[in-house]
Design a protein around this ligand. Structure first.
Ligand SMILES: O=C(O)[C@H](O)COP(=O)(O)O
Length: 223
């Protein structure tokens, strides 16, 4: 039975400052690194065959730190987002590929684009626009922040990617780790668990806490 693990990156420097981040590429904080290490400890006995992350450093850091703890003898190797490694002469021998866990980075898993809110403090934004309006921007399905993505916009890029890549791997019996972001993962969990627009309003995904699913009979079930 194939396993899927979804993990939101550990706390980032802007999570720590309570600042809207979106597509701004900020790294993990010290706490975030510790969260990634703890996630790795939790997952160390689950041997992954493939890893997917966004192209944002906080998600890649989390994946590589967590994988450093893994009992697998194989080495995680980051694959360039446009996959041109083979053109650059980096062609894995059959033998080598047996010892490699590919880490695919792809923008489709990036955090929701927060538009004009990126860089703004969340508490100050709530003072300016009101708690309810900010909650709607942050958690609703189809109301975007100013010049940003709503969750539906995010899902329109994450779900096709999830189906064409991650579900495909699971169907082949591969164990998959996905390290991404609060809202890109909310869109994926909404799809997996068939949440309504009302239910997803209440869906929160904490930093650095692995969500484990089992794939069997074409269905993903959270453990
Ligand atoms: O992009 C961000 O600011 C965070 O990663 C997610 O923010 P949110 O929890 O306010 O959606």
């Amino acid at each position: 039975m194939a396993k899927l693990v979804l993990v939101r990156h550990g706390q980032s420097l802007w999570n720590k400052k309570n600042v809207f981040t979106g597509w701004v590429d900020v790294p993990l904080s010290t706490v975030g690194i510790e969260e990634a290490l703890k996630a790795g400890e939790t997952l160390k006995d689950l041997e992954f065959d493939v890893v997917y992350t966004s192209v944002q450093v906080r998600a890649l850091e989390t994946a590589m730190i967590a994988m450093a703890k893994n009992k697998s003898e194989k080495t995680p190797v980051v694959i360039h987002p446009d996959g041109k490694m083979s053109e650059w002469g980096v062609i894995y021998s059959e033998e080598m590929s047996k010892n490699v866990i590919p880490v695919y980075r792809d923008w489709h898993l990036n955090e929701r684009y927060y538009g004009e809110l990126q860089g703004m403090n969340k508490a100050e934004t709530a003072k300016t626009y009101g708690d309810e309006q900010v909650h709607i921007w942050r958690r609703s399905y189809d109301v975007p922040p100013p010049n940003g993505e709503c969750l539906q916009d995010t899902a329109e890029r994450t779900i096709p990617f999830f189906k064409e890549n991650i579900l495909k791997q699971l169907k082949e019996g591969k164990n998959v780790l996905v390290s991404a972001h609060g809202n890109s993962l909310r869109s994926i969990v909404m799809f997996i668990e068939e949440l309504s627009k009302e239910e997803v309003l209440k869906l929160e995904i904490p930093t650095g806490v692995p969500l484990l699913f089992s794939y069997e009979n074409d269905k993903l079930t959270r453990e």
